[in-house]
Design a protein around this ligand. Structure first.
Ligand SMILES: [Zn+2]
Length: 396
């Protein structure tokens, strides 16, 4: 590639003249004649030459305008006409693909339409049109995919009118696979029934939601459910606080104590430990609950455990759950028992729905930037284009 080629980014051009004023004007023409596009005949005749004016890229803060000579050819063999084909320039458009991509990426990165009308000398409607066209292109590249084998499933709030939506995340490739309106089985039924590759799903990560569990069992028959660690820990903390409220409503309101109770014991300083012990000594029942909770947490936080060790650990954790069942923490123990298998699978499986939660934050930003979406399909397109895709456009 010659330096000129790399400046222009469009191969096969000869630069005739460059004029650097307020804008950079470049006059260029094709290097050679192509074979006939209809019959591949080698030598074609130039019938006429047209001028095309194209906005190309911005070099520094100068806009580059391309004055392109486009020959129209005649083929002596098949007697048909055609125009010179350029890589990266589509027919009839007044900007190159590089330029359109530049605008799309700037707008996606948060540069406003108004700003782009000044830097790129296009109307705000054009920014919107180009943006939409890339979004559609990305989504069409994504359509017809089969369901990934390791997915995370979670709900998020869409709008007051439409309520919640369900997110399916490809946990292996860190991509949003799809968003579907609704979070109950009847509202997801139609989508899930027609989801290609759902029989091959191996692992589904989710929070402790009964309705999602039933959905997964029904529509992903080969999948193992794994709970999300964050949600399990939150559940335990939630129960813990409720029990504490019953035991000592005054102490529960104390912010310093709250912080001590919530922390992992190995993150406390000696001084803090003493303070906590002093407090707990006054409430023997609470102390017992606290100790049991710490044991439970140790099991919950285990990860990348080898199968052999997991087998050894299992009876001990069962014993602990049994103890909890005979304590004030019975309802917690019951929930954990009903989710025991998915919880224990966390020991072996390292993925969590942290990625999913991260995407929810990003999706909220998308929604915020558009001042909310009325139409779910538009929202879905936007989410898939921005979260479901590798971020590289295959240039033609
Ligand atoms: Zn021909």
């Amino acid at each position: 590639m010659s330096p000129i080629d790399s400046i222009l980014g469009i191969p096969g051009l000869v630069v005739q003249r460059v004029d650097r004023g307020q804008e950079i004007h470049v006059w260029a023409s094709p290097q050679g004649r192509p074979a006939c596009v209809h019959c591949q005949h080698g030598s074609v005749r130039i019938k006429a030459t047209y001028q095309r004016l194209l906005k190309h890229t911005r070099q520094g803060n100068q806009l580059m305008v391309l004055h392109l000579s486009v020959p129209k050819y005649h083929c002596p063999q098949c007697h048909r006409y055609f125009r010179h084909p350029f890589a990266g320039i589509r027919p009839r458009l007044r900007a190159t693909e590089t330029y359109r991509l530049e605008v799309f990426e700037a707008h996606e990165g948060g540069v406003s339409q108004r700003k782009l009308t000044m830097t790129h000398q296009i109307g705000s409607a054009t920014v919107e049109r180009w943006y939409q066209s890339y979004v559609r292109q990305r989504v069409s590249e994504l359509s017809g995919r089969t369901c990934p084998q390791i997915i995370g499933i979670d709900e998020h709030f869409f709008s007051r009118r439409h309520g919640y939506a369900t997110t399916l995340v490809d946990l292996k490739n860190h991509k949003v696979f799809d968003v579907v309106l609704g979070r109950s089985e009847p509202s997801l039924r139609r989508y899930l029934r027609h989801l290609p590759g759902r029989e091959k799903v191996k692992v589904v990560v989710m929070d402790l939601s009964e309705s999602y569990r039933r959905i997964v069992q029904k529509y992903f028959p080969g999948a193992q459910i794994v709970t999300d660690r964050f949600h399990v820990v939150r559940l335990i903390n939630h129960h813990m606080l409720k029990l504490w409220q019953l035991q000592d409503p005054v102490g529960r309101k104390h912010r310093g104590l709250l912080s001590l109770m919530r922390r992992h014991p190995w993150k406390l300083t000696d001084e803090q430990k003493d303070r906590l012990d002093q407090y707990l000594d006054a409430f023997p029942v609470l102390k017992a609950i606290y100790i049991a909770k710490q044991h439970l947490m140790r099991f919950i936080l285990l990860k990348t455990v080898k199968a052999k060790r997991a087998k050894r650990l299992l009876p001990r954790s069962l014993e602990l759950i049994q103890q909890l069942e005979n304590s004030p923490a019975r309802s917690l123990a019951e929930t954990i028992r009903s989710w025991l298998v998915p919880i224990v699978r966390m020991w072996r499986f390292s993925k969590s729905n942290g990625i999913t939660e991260g995407f929810h934050t990003k999706m909220e930003m998308i929604s915020r930037r558009a001042f909310g979406f009325r139409n779910f399909e538009n929202y879905r397109m936007r989410v898939l284009a921005l979260c479901g895709w590798s971020g590289m456009i295959n240039r033609v």
